[in-house]
Write a protein that binds this ligand. Structure first.
Ligand code: ZN
Length: 311
């Protein structure tokens, strides 16, 4: 999966073989009973390619069963191409662009990009905490949506939606759309994602008051007094601010109007790219492969009806 001339982006059979080798390095895995490499490849004119039959449970399956690519009429090579385009675009790529580049309808392109974002969303049960002894984690929050210049005269200002980012300095981010910016909400997210021995850095918002009781230390920059870095240079939340700058460039530069219902997927995309960035040694090919590893076990809870008016 290196460049756009790779046959896996143009030939559905090559795409399927590549996906099988990525998902099943030890042979076909039955999605029903989990048995590895005990399936028979079905052949014959009436069988579509890529169908296996599990010998223990006697049920047929393909490499896309149980993934975000399942139940799609879009050929697999276009799925791989879309995944590569989404994961390698630093500022994100709009569904309109995917629609034009891949020759699929806009609705299909929108559905594809949402599914690819789902693949980039970490499984909450396996996402490890960030920080730890000797590490600094910055917490900050921002608001997405409701740009005044896009508002038509007489209409109410669109609501802004809070997003919290926890960034380990020089490391990974955990980011999410949150319901509100109360102390309860912000600190619950921190408790969930940040290891105990961490040094926390925040601004001087009351929500973070007395955080040193819960963590190794708590450095505070007094944003309310126009202080952005402590005098010795160690206390700041500039990593979190950098993450928000990237997120906002994607939201306002590429996607424009995103409803609250779908915001969490765009936040996941930005966090995935941050956690698989060049500075951490992850280049385009490996980033796309990481997204492919996330296509399994994701349940999408929206229906095609919800697709209108998104880019
Ligand atoms: Zn089976």
């Amino acid at each position: 999966m290196v460049d756009l001339t790779n046959p896996i982006f143009h030939d559905p059979n090559k795409a399927r073989e590549w996906l099988e080798s990525e998902r099943w390095p030890s042979g076909p895995v039955c999605p029903r009973c989990g048995t590895i490499n005990e399936a028979t490849k079905l052949k014959g004119k009436s069988t579509r390619p890529g169908v296996y039959k599990c010998r223990p449970c006697d049920k047929p399956f393909t490499v896309t069963v149980g993934t975000v690519f399942e139940d799609s009429k879009v050929p697999l090579h276009k799925w791989l191409l879309a995944t590569f385009l989404v994961t390698s675009s630093k500022k994100g790529i709009s569904s309109h662009q995917i629609h034009r580049t891949l020759g699929v309808s806009y609705k299909t392109a929108w559905f594809m990009t949402q599914r690819i974002r789902a693949a980039m969303t970490p499984d909450p049960s396996t996402a490890s905490p960030i920080g730890g002894a000797g590490k600094v984690v910055e917490s900050d929050e921002t608001f997405i949506g409701g740009k005044a210049k896009n508002v038509h005269r007489g209409k109410p200002t669109p609501k802004k939606h809070p997003v919290q980012a926890l960034v380990e300095r020089g490391g990974q981010v955990r980011a999410q759309h949150i319901a509100d910016v109360t102390a309860k909400t912000l600190r619950r997210t921190i408790a969930k994602h940040v290891a105990k021995g961490t040094t926390m850095n925040t601004d001087d918002a009351l929500a973070y008051y007395h955080m040193s009781k819960e963590f190794a230390a708590h450095g505070v920059v007094n944003h309310s007094k126009d202080e952005y870095v402590s005098k010795d240079g160690t206390v700041h939340i500039q990593s979190a601010e950098s993450f928000f700058a990237i997120l906002k460039r994607q939201m306002y530069g590429t996607h424009h109007a995103v409803s609250e219902q779908h915001l969490h997927r765009y936040v996941s995309e930005a966090a995935f790219k941050w956690n698989h960035r060049s500075a951490l040694g992850v280049e385009d090919t490996e980033r796309a492969a990481a997204a492919i590893r996330g296509i399994g076990g994701k349940r999408l809870t929206y229906r095609p009806v919800d697709q209108a008016s998104h880019s």
